[in-house]
Design a protein around this ligand. Structure first.
Ligand SMILES: [Zn+2]
Length: 766
């Protein structure tokens, strides 16, 4: 019943048709390590560790071989065929093996396989870093670029090959290979020191675990179960509480006693204040020195160079512009919340101080929070890391809002999340989502049968994506339920990149289809109840499925430009940030009545659609508090840019003073005294520096594309869908994100649609 709209093909059917296709391209059958059809689907149900080790050894040997070959070329042999075709053919031929290890590390049901994959991936990644630092190889590219490419080969070269050459040289330069020996050594010293400091910073945080005692009265509002676990003993009225997330978050969430929340907030945000403040200040200075050595004005310029924004100046302009346009509304949000606080205080007979502090932090989406906590039970990572991930997750998703922001949501738009969940049985969500994408992009999704023994778990299903000419576009697999040791969040991961197949002479002889896997952790159905999703989970499904389609619809010639290269749960992990924008745009389908009707229906009677008032409620909740929510995001983004753009001067003010100043001037909320946000925020030392703005940047662009082109009533319009495929998805990473967006929109992106969607501009006009 689940896939009643899709016809089912059997294996021999797929095999013969695809082989015909291959024959037409190639004039001969093609068998290689990469797989093209379901019949050549390799065994993904790997149980022997030595197979994993063999794959890693093969990969390593091949990478070594082509690097040695390049290093040994004589000057007369320096040409595109030798310097570019070698890495191009390598990425195509070993695409599947390179991604298999990452996939199995995250999904294999066998612990020994996951462990071996972790170890092999670590060794491989270290090996690849060593290869990328080879000066003998870099010199060959440099000579080729300066003396041969520019004079003889540039004009005739394919655009994607040119882009690859530029990226290779850019990455070598960013690694410091363009520096003289002395500066190169200095740069390596700086990088080493930064990475040592980051480790100490994070260790300080994870070892910081004081315990506090509260009375039952001080914990008013907390659940009995939660209290029971923390109870000190029969004789006393004491409860022991730590700063770990299972203690801290529910208190900030539910505790009705303000002084308890304030105490926890102060303790939480003053963790490691002395030692970590010193560390972050040193890291900021070292990063500035390193970027200057590499020829950049500041660290943010170094980071932004490989992102859509390109320069820190453009990022600053963007943040400032957005702030100018929403600060009035944010101010108005604050006033509404202050009135709520005033009423609350009057009810308790307490004095109203007329101020807002960050001690009112509160997660207003308790359901998603509980869901994430549940997933942690299945996590393969050490617990202390998990809490960091959750913290990270909430920060970037912007799910932290304040106690009174939540009160406002409850007051102004009542949503019964549990009732809403009854309308989202997983089967209907999948079917609706498939139908929407099939309609929009003129494609067909067909389950692949007879391959279950080759898949790693019985929960996994494989599908083929077919275009209007009945040709294979790609394959994807869904692995949707949690199990022990499985990656515990949601993501899409590549299994094989889609690209052209080149022969030894650089002639295109056919194509390799892309293949990927979508990993989620929705609860398993029980005999009495199907798996029911929250609205947030439905949005997650759409977001991740957007990544699946983004990669499968791409038709670049080079494997490097097919889809993301690794797990995409947080887009800040990626250099090419555009990869998140289409998925963020697809989330909009989850807020529209017509598409919601397509993917929902009460689990007891699928014909019963979500009541209008519930849909209105979720649409309204998207806009509420948005002024304040976004100025908070702007505060983090601007703070991150400020410290990484060479403006921070320790002789003028320290990081604690800086946070206090910017929190009040940008967000309008006073930082709690004696706290330093920068001393507790591990991600700005841990590799996600100067990229916080990306959350807002990508949101603004995705709303612009959605509102301008798909707008009202065009959510299922195939003409627009095909235009999006043609102007954006088709190119994969072979063009700059900004170029793709501009081509699709017919102009540069603007922020009006974003402001309107959030209710910001509309409110300002009143
Ligand atoms: Zn994503």
């Amino acid at each position: 019943m689940l896939y009643r709209n899709h016809f089912v093909r059997n294996l021999s059917d797929i095999g013969s048709r695809s082989r015909c296709l291959q024959r037409r391209n190639n004039n001969k059958y093609w068998f290689s390590l990469s797989f093209r059809t379901a019949t050549t689907l390799p065994d993904l149900n790997i149980e022997r560790s030595d197979h994993i080790c063999q794959i890693k050894e093969t990969l390593q040997a091949q990478i070594q071989k082509y690097h040695d070959k390049i290093a040994s070329l004589s000057r007369s042999e320096l040409n595109a065929k030798n310097l570019l075709l070698l890495p191009i053919r390598h990425s195509q031929q070993y695409s599947y093996q390179s991604h298999l290890l990452s996939l199995l590390q995250n999904v294999s049901p066998h612990k020994h396989i996951r462990d071996t994959c972790v170890q092999m991936n670590q060794e491989l990644s270290k090996f690849c870093i060593d290869m990328s630092m080879r000066r003998d190889v870099y010199n060959q590219y440099k000579i080729y670029y300066d003396e041969i490419y520019k004079q003889q080969e540039e004009s005739a070269m394919d655009n994607e090959w040119k882009r690859l050459l530029h990226m290779l040289l850019r990455d070598y330069r960013r690694n410091g290979l363009g520096l003289n020996e002395k500066d190169y050594d200095k740069m390596k010293e700086l990088s080493k020191r930064i990475s040592e400091l980051s480790i100490i910073f994070n260790n300080n945080l994870s070892l910081w675990n004081p315990k506090f005692t509260f009375t039952r009265e001080q914990l008013k509002g907390m659940d009995e179960d939660w209290l029971h676990i923390r109870y000190n003993g029969k004789e006393s009225d004491d409860y022991k509480v730590t700063l770990q997330y299972p203690d801290y978050m529910p208190i900030m969430d539910k505790c009705e006693v303000e002084s308890t929340r304030a105490k926890m907030e102060l303790e939480f945000h003053s963790r490691c204040k002395v030692e970590n403040s010193r560390i972050i200040e040193e890291v900021i200075a070292l990063r500035q020195m390193r970027s200057e050595l590499l020829g950049y004005a500041n660290h943010s310029d170094y980071i932004c160079e490989i992102r859509m924004a390109k320069t820190s100046q453009r990022v600053s302009q963007f943040l400032q512009n957005l702030w100018n346009r929403i600060q009035d509304l944010s101010q108005r949000d604050l006033e509404v919340l202050l009135q709520l606080k005033k009423a609350d205080k009057a009810k308790c007979g307490e004095t109203f101080d007329g101020e807002f502090g960050v001690e009112f932090t509160h997660i207003y989406n308790i359901y998603l929070y509980m869901y994430i906590m549940k997933l942690c039970l299945f996590n393969q990572f050490p617990k202390k890391n998990i809490y960091t991930y959750i913290y990270f997750f909430f920060f970037f998703c912007g799910l932290f809002a304040r106690y009174y922001m939540n009160q406002r949501v409850e007051k102004d738009c009542k949503i019964d999340n549990e009732k809403l969940r009854e309308y989202f049985p997983l089967e209907l969500v999948i079917r609706g989502c498939f139908d929407i994408f099939q309609q929009l992009f003129g494609l067909k999704i067909v389950p692949v049968q007879g391959v279950s023994s080759k898949l790693w778990h019985e929960d996994v299903q494989a599908f083929e994506l077919i275009d209007g000419k009945k040709e294979t576009v790609g394959y994807f697999m869904l692995d949707l339920h949690p199990r022990e040791g499985k990656f515990s969040h949601a993501c899409m991961t590549t299994l094989q990149q889609g690209c052209s197949i080149y022969d030894h002479d650089g002639q295109r002889t056919g194509s390799q289809v892309p293949m990927n896997v979508m990993i989620c952790n929705f609860p398993k159905p029980t005999p009495n109840k199907p798996c029911l999703l929250s609205h947030n989970e439905v949005t997650t499904f759409f977001h991740e499925f957007g990544h699946v389609m983004h990669q499968l619809c791409g038709q670049p010639n080079l494997a490097r430009f097919s889809g993301p290269n690794f797990l995409t749960i947080f887009f800040f992990f990626q250099s090419e940030d555009f990869v998140e924008t289409p998925s963020q745009m697809f989330e909009n389908w989850c807020w529209d009545k017509e598409s919601l009707d397509m993917m929902s229906g009460h689990y007891k009677d699928n014909n019963k659609k979500i009541p209008d008032e519930l849909i209105k409620g979720i649409q309204q909740s998207r806009k509420i508090n948005s002024g304040l929510h976004h100025t908070r995001q702007l505060y983090f983004g601007m703070l991150d840019q400020y410290i990484h753009s060479g403006k921070f001067d320790i002789h003028q003010e320290n990081t604690e003073q800086l946070c206090a100043r910017l929190s009040e001037s940008i967000w309008g909320v006073k930082a709690t005294e004696n706290t330093n946000f920068l001393a507790t925020f591990s991600h700005l030392v841990g590799g996600y520096d100067a990229t916080y703005y990306g959350y807002l940047w990508s949101e603004v662009i995705s709303f612009d594309m959605f509102r301008t082109k798909f707008g009202k009533g065009k959510l299922l319009d195939q003409t627009v869908g095909l235009l999006f495929r043609d102007k954006v998805l088709k190119w994969g990473g072979s063009k700059d994100g900004m170029e793709l967006v501009t081509n699709f929109l017919g102009r540069e992106p603007k922020m009006d649609a974003f402001l309107k969607e959030k209710g910001l501009e509309l409110e300002m006009e009143e």
